[in-house]
Design a protein around this ligand. Structure first.
Ligand SMILES: [Fe+2]
Length: 248
């Protein structure tokens, strides 16, 4: 039997554990009304409450921004939406605003822009299409690092077109990029190629963050009740810093 198929089969038939929730969730679409994530303030508040009582202490809200492509969602729009949400955030729940930037052509030229929405330590969340690799991925990482940012590539395991070129991930790490895993990827929800990438990165300890990438209440329900391969969950816990609360 093909090795990868064998590996995936064994993952589906092995002992299971609940998904490990991060203490700081660095990637979510809980900010309402600005992208394909949450749309109603009351649903966002419900998600914050439920995830907080499940163990998430801090939420970095990261709406999609497609720089120069979508005029509907830019930094000003999401800042305004965040200001509107803040009065409704329950006391004791910490939130911050950042963004998930799509690496569109020419994005590398924006690396110096001081209006980029970054994390408190200068980290910046970037993503690519699920259909093809951005031609300027390496250039963008270089420019962001040169500008003093710390790029985090969102859910590398979801770029299934990279499953047959896994060495590319080592190269990205060498260039100063870090990786964030989506929790639901541990369940195999994104297919066999995704699982091949996930396993490669986990085995090498190449993930820095675990995050929810939460888009809706039904997705939250699935996440809170989901289980995944025990060994994968244990590896995820061991390699992703923010699961235990340290801010890296
Ligand atoms: Fe996302």
């Amino acid at each position: 039997m093909d090795q990868n198929l064998k590996m995936i089969k064994s993952i589906f038939s092995s002992p299971k554990l609940r998904l490990p929730l991060p203490t700081v969730d660095v990637h979510s679409h809980i900010l309402p009304g600005v992208d394909d994530g949450f749309q109603r303030v009351e649903d966002s508040v419900e998600a914050l409450r439920r995830m907080h009582s499940a163990g998430v202490n801090e939420f970095i809200l990261t709406p999609h921004i497609h720089p120069g492509v979508s005029m509907e969602t830019d930094e000003n729009v999401v800042k305004k939406a965040y200001e509107n949400l803040l009065p409704y955030v329950p006391a004791g729940i910490k939130t911050r605003l950042a963004a998930e930037y799509m690496i569109v052509p020419g994005f590398e030229k924006k690396a110096d822009d001081n209006y980029l929405l970054t994390y408190p330590d200068g980290s910046i969340l970037i993503e690519m299409s699920y259909l093809f690799k951005s031609d300027n991925l390496e250039k963008t990482i270089f420019s962001l690092v040169m500008a003093g940012h710390k790029p985090i590539l969102a859910h590398p395991e979801r770029y299934s077109y990279m499953a047959d070129n896994l060495k590319t991930f080592d190269n990205l790490i060498d260039r100063g990029c870090r990786f964030q895993m989506n929790l639901m990827s541990l369940t195999g929800a994104y297919g066999p190629e995704s699982m091949i990438i996930l396993k490669y990165l986990l085995d090498r300890g190449l993930y820095t963050y675990l995050a929810t990438d939460l888009h809706s209440l039904p997705q939250m329900e699935r996440m809170l009740s989901a289980v995944a391969d025990k060994k994968l969950v244990e590896k995820a816990l061991a390699t992703a810093g923010n699961t235990t609360g340290s801010w890296r």
